[in-house]
Design a protein around this ligand. Sequence first.
Ligand SMILES: NC(=O)c1ccc[n+]([C@@H]2O[C@H](COP(=O)([O-])OP(=O)(O)OC[C@H]3O[C@@H](n4cnc5c(N)ncnc54)[C@H](OP(=O)(O)O)[C@@H]3O)[C@@H](O)[C@H]2O)c1
Length: 335
Amino acid sequence: METIRQILLTRRPTGVPVPQDFALAEAPMPRPGPGEILVKMRVGSVDPAIRGFLDDRPSYLPPVALGAPINGMSLGEVVESHNPAYPVGTLVRAFATWSDHYVIGADALGLEIVHPQPGTELHHYMGALGPVGLTAWVGLFAVGEAKAGETVVVSAAAGATGSTVVQIAKARGCKVIGLVGSAEKAAVIRDLGADAAIDYRATPDIAAEIAKAAPEGVDVYFDNVGGETLEAILPLMRLHGRVAVCGMIGQYNDADHPHGVTTLWQLVVNRLKVQGFITYDYMDRLEEAQRELDGWVAQGKLKPLANLRDGFDKLPEAFIDLMSGKTIGKTIVRI
Ligand SMILES: NC(=O)c1ccc[n+]([C@@H]2O[C@H](COP(=O)([O-])OP(=O)(O)OC[C@H]3O[C@@H](n4cnc5c(N)ncnc54)[C@H](OP(=O)(O)O)[C@@H]3O)[C@@H](O)[C@H]2O)c1
């Protein structure tokens, strides 16, 4: 019997996930039904949002069941097709499971055909040239409405989304201040063009540091972390500033004890727009986003940063590293 490999959830993590929360298992090869395709995973995406699906609580997708394969974005090659729109050999990206082969239908979340450009490595289509770039673009421009000459602050600025936000904000002519958790990460984002890099672990007063770097105030805050950082920034926002709430990774490992933000009155004082978003809510803007991202890569203004692992079985350890705050750039596993 032909078999596939899967990464299963064996117990719900407490805090930062550990290897015992996951298991590598074999299952029978699934067969596509009418209109469906069988995809062989080539690149697996390792994302903080997965942490939310491992708790038994409502997130924007249902929780992963115990004993079931983990959900995540995957890029793969069609190896059997019952749908003429996706012939064998087509590269597709979609929300799937951590399975080295999986069956999806045309209605799979985020399903797109990927057309890699010669000379560009495939894994970048899971990073800055894929969901990561689109998230940064949608958050910064569609939600945050950042314009040339404005001041942008971004948290987790050396991470997948943050390092892309830094570069595309510079490409559009913004001033950019990045918040990061180490001196090494600060050096990385300075190299990428950030006007200022603040290591929040090395300062007792993050608000004072941001105010020093942006005495004019902050027009757009691209929030990846929530909590204390959001609380510190709200009073520093300019009149009619925008907060694009991309994620709140600071509380994913301990979702029962979120930090209560005490500065919400500043929403009124500064007439702020605060909006959460999910990238794939903006399907009508993604083509425009992809075009601009491709252009910036071609011009050398956007350098995709990747934290690479090789081997399907490395998915759990890559995820544990990501959720421990250790990584720089987009965490990706190549199969
Ligand atoms: N809305 C959407 O459609 C969408 C799509 C993709 C991602 N997101 C969100 O965007 C944010 C960034 O995701 P990403 O994929 O780009 O991840 P990432 O930034 O590559 O990695 C996570 C980084 O978050 C920071 N962090 C802060 N507090 C943390 C904590 N308590 N535990 C672990 N890490 C912590 C760490 O950087 P420092 O050391 O610099 O703090 C860490 O390196 C997440 O909140 C994610 O959920 C949203």
